[in-house]
Write a protein that binds this ligand. Structure first.
Ligand code: DAT
Ligand code: MG
Length: 171
């Protein structure tokens, strides 16, 4: 049975999407889903974060270049925009609009089909990331966001008291 499932999905507008000024366009396309945005922020991506995000691809020959790509080193844009979309069938709806991983195979009307390309090195430069299933979405959302940054309760939380923890505040 394939009933509708309410779920959450991590979207990243990758550095090529930002460099090509596609943010507005991508958000407009994703708004077709009628899903709710429950978190959004700009992130400067560390090597550790990039490697953890793509940990399932560690053995691939393109892994080192993929990490540089996500960190923005290929586009001189050291940032990504991270968002969480939430609602019925969020993952399937967003993956559909994003299109296939390989931009040459993606439907020409999809985001990746419209704006992605394959580099001469073979790496797919495909504009956005979309989590591929619920367990990956949960892992990725917990990697990129803290509970405080999300306006709904997606996963169980615990409260801990940090003593003598250095934090920035407005001067
Ligand atoms: P997706 O981003 O569609 O979930 P993935 O998780 O398999 O796909 O791969 C992550 C990224 O790595 C993908 O967006 C682009 C790059 N990539 C994946 N497979 C590749 C391949 N065979 N050649 C070049 N780049 C690839
Ligand atoms: Mg993936």
């Amino acid at each position: 049975m394939s009933g509708r499932q309410t779920n959450a999905v991590l979207i990243l507008i990758k550095p090529d999407g930002l460099k090509k000024s596609l943010t507005g366009n991508i958000l407009t396309r994703l708004s077709e889903t009628k899903l709710e945005i429950v978190a959004a922020k700009m992130v400067r991506v560390s090597k550790d974060l990039a490697e953890e995000h793509y940990t399932h691809l560690r053995d691939k020959p393109f892994f080192p270049e993929l990490i540089k790509y996500l960190q923005g080193e290929l586009h001189d844009r050291r940032k990504v925009m991270a968002l969480i979309y939430w609602g019925p069938d969020a993952i399937a709806k967003c993956r559909d609009i994003a299109g296939k991983t390989n931009p040459e195979e993606a439907e020409s009307t999809s985001i990746r089909g419209s704006y992605g390309r394959i580099l001469t090195t073979g790496l797919y430069e495909n504009v956005i990331h979309v989590s591929s299933d619920e367990s990956e979405a949960q892992r990725e959302i917990k990697l990129w966001f803290s509970p405080d940054e999300i306006i709904v309760d997606l996963y169980p939380i615990k409260e801990v008291v940090h003593k003598e923890c250095k934090q920035k505040t407005w001067a």
